[in-house]
Design a protein around this ligand. Structure first.
Ligand code: SF4
Length: 340
């Protein structure tokens, strides 16, 4: 569970139930500074003399705010829309896409006007009838670390429980999921966990739970009857990578219950980076061991017009062949969604 060093309440955020819950949860904790904003100037309340310090202080900060515009961003290909409940994350993963996308907002933010957000989701669902509409809850965040005291996901899962054509999904590396286990979900929410080898977790995923703890949480989620998926990402090629990823898959299969209601889904994403991301990462994690030598990669233009450094074609083929074969062999009831 995320215990922030400071919480910034935007104007009127305390008028909402979630805002109040968060306030009451922390109000007697002497180690948590509570700041009520009148101007909503967030950056001024977080020490920010340089990017290195701003990142670390930002990651200790929770902003409790109100979502203003109600146009949801699209979220292709994994969902139709992003559900804008939160942004940011408390983890310190060196490679994190949020370093680039939310580099000027490293703090976790929760929007407390959840009923308005869900009412808007309902409008989108109705617009697309009779087709299903899928909402992604973690497009710009990992929403789990603040869940124990916000109950935002709980509320959202209960909303989708009653929906015929609305589905919800989110992905996490964190394990504070106990409040989600005894609620009705009707299989309308899919929970995915991001997993990686112990080498990757230890070296590049600071302040995130161990593989063992993540698998323990996955077992609870499956026992609670949720559809469950795994994102194995980013996949790195290093000495013994095949052995390590095989061990991870075997350990996962051996640990999970066998009587699962839904096939397990797998999404496998090899490591890639942009020049902009690399420049930010090197400022925030100057001693990172992340493999980012441009000459070891090929440059590939993406659908959004900018390029990324990816593994060579031959290496990507090797990754695809390896994961296809191993997942096919190890898991019975599964779907491999993609390997890229
Ligand atoms: Fe980023 Fe996910 Fe790591 Fe959080 S857990 S820092 S969202 S990669």
């Amino acid at each position: 569970m995320f215990i922030p060093k400071r919480i910034l309440f935007e104007k009127d955020a305390l008028k909402y139930e979630i805002g109040n819950n968060i306030y009451n949860f922390f109000k007697d904790n002497k180690n948590v500074e509570i700041i009520e904003l009148h101007s909503n100037k967030i950056k001024e309340n977080i020490p920010n003399d340089n990017l290195y310090n701003f990142y670390r202080e930002g990651k200790k900060t929770l902003v409790v705010g109100i979502k203003k515009g109600m146009n949801f961003q699209s979220c292709k290909p994994s969902a139709h829309y992003q559900l804008p409940l939160m942004s940011g994350c408390t983890g310190h993963c060196h490679y994190c896409y949020l370093n680039t996308n939310l580099g000027d907002k490293p703090y976790a933010r929760i929007n407390v006007n959840i009923d308005v957000i869900l009412a808007q989701a309902q409008k989108y669902i109705e617009e697309r009838l009779p087709q299903e509409t899928i909402f992604e809850g973690s497009a710009t965040s990992d929403p789990i670390p603040i869940e124990p005291y916000s109950n935002a996901l709980k509320h959202t899962i209960e909303f989708f429980n009653k929906s015929d054509k609305g589905k919800f999904r989110f992905v996490t590396k964190f394990t504070d999921i106990d409040t989600l286990l005894d609620i009705n979900h009707s299989g309308n929410t899919e929970i995915r966990f991001t997993l990686n080898t112990n080498m990757v977790i230890k070296n590049y995923e600071e302040r995130t739970p161990s593989l063992e703890k993540r698998i323990e949480a996955c077992i609870k989620i499956i026992k609670a009857g949720y559809p469950m998926g795994f994102i194995i990402a980013p996949v790195f090629i290093y000495d013994n990578w095949k052995e390590d990823y095989r061990n991870l898959l075997v350990e996962l299969n051996n640990s999970l219950p066998k009587d699962i209601l839904y096939p397990l889904t797998f999404e496998i994403i090899s490591h890639r980076y942009t020049t902009r991301a690399k420049n930010i990462i090197l400022q925030v994690f100057p001693n990172t061991g992340l493999p980012m030598k441009d000459e070891d990669r090929i440059y590939k233009y993406g659908q959004f017009g900018y390029g990324k450094f990816v593994y060579t074609k031959q290496q990507i083929e090797e990754i695809k062949e390896f994961f296809n074969k191993e997942i096919e062999c190890i898991f019975k009831n599964k779907i491999i969604k993609y390997i890229i």
